[in-house]
Ligand binder design. Sequence first.
Ligand SMILES: Nc1ncnc2c1ncn2[C@@H]1O[C@H](COP(=O)(O)OP(=O)(O)OP(=O)(O)O)[C@@H](O)[C@H]1O
Ligand SMILES: [Mg+2]
Length: 156
Amino acid sequence: MITITLGDENDTARLASLLVQHLPAGSVVLLKGPLGAGKTTLARHVARALGFTGRVTSPTYTLIHTYPTPGGTLLHADVYRLPDSAQLWEFGLEEALEDARLALIEWGTPEILVADVEIEIEITEDGTRRLRLAALEPELKDVVATIEQAMRRGRG
Ligand SMILES: Nc1ncnc2c1ncn2[C@@H]1O[C@H](COP(=O)(O)OP(=O)(O)OP(=O)(O)O)[C@@H](O)[C@H]1O
Ligand SMILES: [Mg+2]
């Protein structure tokens, strides 16, 4: 598990590009963190990094948004308000996951579905974001390390 500080949304954009560059096709990323942490913002920048130029909004009520991007289909879900994880399947998450180049799930928990990467965002006292990035699959540990190094290089 690694920790990265995102000073502003430019850092979020850089992280999004690195996720797109390094995560294998079909990766499922859980996004955790309190209200306003920046989960949807990260999803928006991932869509941009995949070449999508349209609007990216929070899937708060619709639960699942899919974006056909030049880099493949991006799935963005927000299941925070879903009372029962079994309902996820009624909303077609499973089918949507099959087609996704990348899937970002806000407030998902590892118990709900099998994920590859977990990202937890924390708001610090000065308004920057502290982000913890963990590989849930052993073969993604190198990817996470590569992303950390690239983020540090960019900052230095
Ligand atoms: N790296 C960052 N540095 C500073 N501010 C940020 C950063 N990332 C996002 N923000 C700001 O924080 C807010 C985050 O809102 P966002 O909707 O992305 O949060 P969220 O985690 O998806 O919340 P919710 O739980 O309501 O879905 C936005 O106003 C955004 O501009
Ligand atoms: Mg959100």
